[in-house]
Design a binder for this molecule. Structure first.
Ligand code: FNR
Length: 364
């Protein structure tokens, strides 16, 4: 491994040099001008961590429990589509790293490897990310396959009923390569667009025609015993509605700045969502996690765990499974160091009292 890799940002710099510019733009970019991608990182930078001194950390650990399932650390690999875009083994290599570093992985509906083959690499802590399909039978077929393959939760992504304005990727000329496809979906999954009447909208009566609603979540809850987590919640009212409907957990997320832009960051809304759902309801969050200290900030704001997105693809592009394993090792070591220096031997010691808002820096 290249000795210059000391932190996750180093992987991004190396990947930027190694990947075709359009592929890098597709991964790094967000919706519109990318303002929400930038906001995710900026929001985390507002905080300072207040240390408490002389704390006995000899029994320290990063272990957490999520919906009754034990995890060695409060970081999971976020669902990322089409991982073969950056490495021929794609999701299989990522899963090998997740297994080696005892890290939870959420496998995307849009994976470029069979969901069963990825599950085969992961003995535990594997969740399946579900995009509800236009045809209900296609959705249920994915659910049954995820159940049979041993996935232990379904993460239903609800913030991207249509693709946002991916102007940065468009401008760079990104095109999906013909050999990197969503292998878990039927080749023909279009329900057939009905011709629009004059005056009808390509968005409302077109792309959104088969978009899921709350009714689909209610129906899904009746179809499976797997816990259902909704990913992409940013409003306290939606969080409460989801909990009341019987959803088992939420991911507070703006989809890495790739859906609605501008939208709030998870950092901004997490405290009010925690308050809305209560202390014990499982809450995960994502967007901009690049350091162990970022994980700490999310936990202090009320998350039980975080998801790590783009750094997976950067590390995978640079060095396959070994790269992803190194990336996970770095962020895990950084979290442990941050906890030790802050005087927090366990995740439950990380509370809002450990955060201070940064003073506004005088402009030069
Ligand atoms: C994503 N994300 C995503 N989310 C999801 O639910 N299903 C998916 O298939 C994908 N695919 C995907 C591809 C790429 C290239 C990116 C960058 C993101 C969103 C992802 O799970 C996560 O919410 C964000 O990536 C988190 O932000 P960071 O860590 O990338 O800043």
């Amino acid at each position: 491994m290249d000795p210059v890799v000391t932190c996750l940002a180093d992987f991004e710099a190396l990947a930027r040099g190694a990947l075709p510019p359009a592929t890098y733009a597709h991964i790094a970019g967000g919706s519109a001008d990318g303002q929400t991608v930038d906001a995710n990182t900026a929001a985390l930078k507002q905080f300072r961590i207040v240390s408490r001194i002389l704390v006995d950390c000899r029994d320290g650990s990063t272990r957490v429990s999520l919906m009754g399932e034990a995890f060695a650390h409060p970081m999971l690999l976020a669902p990322l589509s089409y991982q073969r875009l950056v490495h021929p083994e794609g999701e299989i290599a990522t899963a090998q790293a997740a297994d080696a570093l005892d890290t939870g992985m959420i496998v995307s509906t849009l994976a470029s490897q069979p969901l069963e083959a990825v599950a085969g690499v992961l003995p535990r802590n594997k969740w399946f990310q579900l995009y509800l399909q236009a045809r209900w039978d296609d959705t249920i077929s994915l659910v049954r396959r995820a159940e049979s393959a041993g996935y232990t939760a379904l993460v239903v992504t609800v913030d991207a009923p249509v693709t946002g304005m991916r102007n940065q990727a468009e401008r760079a000329g990104f095109r999906q390569p013909a050999d990197v496809v969503a292998v878990n979906l039927p080749a023909t999954r279009d329900v057939g667009q009905i011709a629009l009447e004059p005056g009808q909208s390509r968005v409302f009566q077109g792309a959104m025609l088969h978009a899921p609603t709350w009714e689909a979540i209610r129906r899904l809850l009746g179809e499976t015993d797997l816990p259902i987590v909704l990913k992409g919640v940013l409003s306290a009212a939606d969080a409460r509605a989801a909990r009341d409907l019987g959803v088992s957990g939420l991911v507070v997320s703006n989809h890495g700045g790739r859906a609605l832009a501008p939208s709030p960051t998870a950092v901004e809304v997490l405290p009010e969502i925690r308050q809305a759902v209560g202390e014990d309801f499982p809450l995960l969050a994502d967007g901009g996690v690049r350091r162990g200290s970022d994980v700490f900030v999310y936990l202090a704001l009320g998350a039980d765990a975080v998801l790590i997105g783009r750094p997976q693809l950067y590390a995978l592009a640079v060095n396959g499974a070994l790269g992803v394993a190194r990336m996970l090792r770095l962020v895990r070591d950084e979290l442990e160091l941050t906890m030790a220096l802050a005087g927090c031997p366990s995740v439950s010691d990380i509370g809002i009292d450990r955060l201070r808002h940064r003073e506004v820096e005088p402009s030069s």
